[in-house]
Write a protein that binds this ligand. Structure first.
Ligand SMILES: Nc1nc2c(ncn2[C@@H]2O[C@H](COP(=O)(O)OP(=O)(O)OP(=O)(O)O)[C@@H](O)[C@H]2O)c(=O)[nH]1
Length: 315
């Protein structure tokens, strides 16, 4: 009886995982802020995982997004946008995180924004000059390029800047050419069995994802005066069957910012909470009860110790 069970177990495994033909590896997604790295990751995953907004430097952590399809498991590392100015500790940590993501990967996707080349793109290119890993140039946001004739000469100019293993124009937002990209990625990954379960999409905790979703909603709701100066801390995260009870605190630098985040009669905070809750319910496939508070904690974004206590130490 148990012999049969063992046989069944291994028999089934062999059917689902063809280890000899399997490819699995790490892919870093790099590029200056706002080129669409997080959007690309989300659309490759077919799920909202990495937060996006129109404001640059939305991403502060590297996130693993795992895409498993057709005997290929691509483990994507989304990196904070690299940028030249490092006025505060958080900017230094973000740049360090982006650079460390380039080590120990099998492939790098260098994402650029349409025909818009800036000095920050040169900075990324400079960092890539020390990388021996194959690099695919991803020209994102092609949907915004009105003069299609200029695309090919532009790609030729970019290809002269360094050797790219492949060059692919796509639109992350519209989902154009993403299947081709996934196929190309597969060709550069080593033959190896999958590292994660085939239905796993990230190694990040639900707690972390919940905090990121709240932060995204604040960034979308707020004017320029607040976003870079705040962070979200999850105080309590309880799962009771299909019900999640989440308490979170939004930390801001100044009293004035607290008033802005809360809004008149608490209206702004309510909108933020509602939008974040709906996203969480989708991602966790459960009902979510979310309580939000706003607290003033001056100086956190320039204080390395405070940053570490808020979870930025391991980026
Ligand atoms: N038109 C168009 N917009 C896009 C495309 N991809 C991303 N965007 C938009 O570009 C903006 C920035 O996208 P993000 O994905 O947050 O960019 P990011 O590179 O991750 O930014 P950081 O977190 O700052 O590094 C958002 O408003 C996206 O909707 C695209 O293919 N076409």
């Amino acid at each position: 009886m148990s012999e049969q069970l063992i046989e069944n177990f291994f028999g089934n495994q062999q059917e689902t995982i063809d280890a000899e033909n399997y490819r699995c590896g790490f892919v870093a997604i790099v590029g200056r802020p706002n080129v669409g790295k997080s959007t690309l990751l989300n659309h490759l995953l077919g799920q909202k995982l990495s937060i996006t907004s129109r404001k640059p430097q939305t991403t502060r952590h590297k996130i693993l997004g795992i895409v498993t399809e057709n005997n290929v498991q691509a483990i994507y590392v989304d990196t904070p946008g690299m940028h030249k100015r490092e006025p505060r500790a958080i900017n230094r940590l973000m740049n360090q995180a982006a650079q460390s993501a380039l080590k120990d990967v099998d492939l790098v996707l260098f994402v650029v924004d349409g025909l818009k080349w800036t000095p920050d793109d040169d900075l990324v290119l400079e960092k890539l000059s020390r990388v021996e890993t194959p690099v695919i140039l991803v020209l994102n946001k092609v949907d915004t390029v009105t003069d299609k004739e200029s695309l090919l000469p532009y790609l030729t100019t970019l290809s002269q800047k360094r050797h790219f293993s492949e060059v692919i124009p796509l639109s992350a937002l519209r989902g154009h050419n993403l299947t081709t990209l996934h196929e190309l990625v597969g060709r550069y990954l080593p033959y190896a069995p999958p590292m994660y379960a085939e239905d796993q999409i990230t190694d990040r905790s639900q707690r972390f994802l919940a905090a990121e979703m709240i932060r995204e909603k604040i960034m979308r709701q707020m004017g320029d005066e607040v976003p870079y100066d705040l962070t979200v801390q999850i105080e309590s995260f309880k799962v009771e069957g299909r019900l999640y009870r989440i308490d979170a605190t939004i930390l801001v630098e100044r009293d004035g910012q607290k008033a802005i985040v809360i809004g008149e009669g608490g209206q702004k905070l309510k909108t933020i909470g509602q939008a974040a809750r709906l996203d969480m319910e989708k991602l966790f496939d459960s009902k979510v009860m979310l309580s939000l508070w706003v607290k003033v904690k001056g100086g956190w974004s320039d204080d390395e110790r405070a940053l570490k206590s808020l979870g930025y130490g391991d980026i």
